[in-house]
Design a protein around this ligand. Sequence first.
Ligand SMILES: [Ca+2]
Ligand SMILES: [Ca+2]
Length: 569
Amino acid sequence: MAHLRDAVLILVLLLALPAGARAAPLPAEFAAGLVIRFQGAPSALSALAGQNVDALRPMSGGAYVLPFDSPLPLEEARALAAQLQASGEVAAVEIDRRFTIDRLPSDAAYGQMWNLAASSAVNYGIDAPAAWDITTGDPNLVIAVIDTGVLKLHPDLAGRLLDGYDFVSDPFIANDGGGRDSDASDPGDWVSFGDIAAHPECGPFPHDSSWHGSHVSGTIAAASDNGIGIAGVNWASKVLPLRALGKCGGSLSDVIDALRWAAGLSVPGVPPNPTPARVINMSLGAPSDGGTCSPMLQAAVNDVLAAGAVVVVSAGNSRQDAALYEPANCNGVITVGASEMGGNNASYSNTGQTVEISAPGGDAARFYPGQPANLILSTVSSSRTAPQPDSWTYAAMQGTSMAAPHVTGIVSLMFSANPALGGALAVRILQDTATPFAPTAPCAAAGTCGQAGIAHAGRAVARAAGLAALLFPNDYAPAYAGPPAAPHVLTVLTAPSGDPAQTRVTIGGQPAVILSAQALPGRDALRIQPPAQPAAGYYAITVTLGGRNITFGRAVFYGQTVYLPGVRR
Ligand SMILES: [Ca+2]
Ligand SMILES: [Ca+2]
């Protein structure tokens, strides 16, 4: 019976939480409550709990709804249901599941977008629709794309772009008649035989314009649910297009300036960025001198991270260890490898332990009968050189350049769902919720898939959205700390921190001693010794996670009288 009493005590605690605690949409990984059918009268639970079953709401079929006033992680709700079932008092108990509209966009080519579809054994997509049921993006959030610029007149990018800036210093690379300027439009990056003759570094082969920045931007944030073309991962946040690449690539210095400016940091000679980005995509790379990230580039990454932005980069397409390429090997960035429809890593993708996560990049070398092309469809121009009116179209491409923007889009949705989420937590959530590579994936056998599997938008956004519900104690259920001069040890559940040892806790402005920290699925559990306080009463608790402070007022009660947090009065 001890287990059952524990279960009932948890129920009593939850019942005390006010309805305001569940204002946010409930992600699929959390349970809103239980549906119970009792063996006899529902008072059986009342007798066991001693109180509070008036919150049971009768429903059809002779069952009762027991709502949690704060969403409970699904596994905890399941455990609770199992304990109630084992009590013999209930005939049946189930999770009160959340049903949602199955939101799919109307975009004409959406059916070809296996990369955004739900993950299955034959289609390792990111399941964007599950994320869209929670959020389609915060309109005030900004995503920077450091690339070749963008086709500002493409109808499927209409309304999705901020002005941005052109950071390309070299007029030849810029191909727009000058160096840096405020026009981030992509004038084309085609290379002719004449270009190669004058610039041997551009050789050996001429090629048409890539429209690379537009393709990347479309994956992140194409105009969605508008009846034409493709859907983006994020439907509402804005893309800040920053040109750092052009004919024959771009320079480290321009990339570094664009990176700092993206996050709102100053660059000499360039006006301040009025709309700093929270997420920055860099689908670009170069072999590293000496196999380590350039110190200058690393310094810029560090500055940008300190400014609160997240940097997502492509792993590279050289079938090598991504640790040999930058910015893939820089510390603190999210390095994205490319996966393909069948759940393998793409044959061209760089791999290895510096790859934090993988995402669909396609693989033309692998064809699946009856399935869409194993490529990523996005926004481009049909022009081979400079953009022309009415040249707007879509093209299927492959590459880690196509994989990174999927992760950028997912992270932007995670921040949209939970603005307080820090970058380190976002990475851990991405990894914890990833879809494992297919069991037959060569990288699984070789151990080269990277640190985690294939990003799953639905699970990652749900986990991000639910973080606030994991924080305990909170404003609604104060923890009892005991006498002010000699408080008891408390357990504090927090959002996952990436490294619980880096978490800090203060109560009433005084540091608590963290006696132990344990990383659990979806949260960290900290055993803390609360500081002594000058007087009985309520004190605020502040948890510092990933460099961000989360404070709950009136969260810890000190006093001589035992406080029963769960009793509804
Ligand atoms: Ca220019
Ligand atoms: Ca569209």
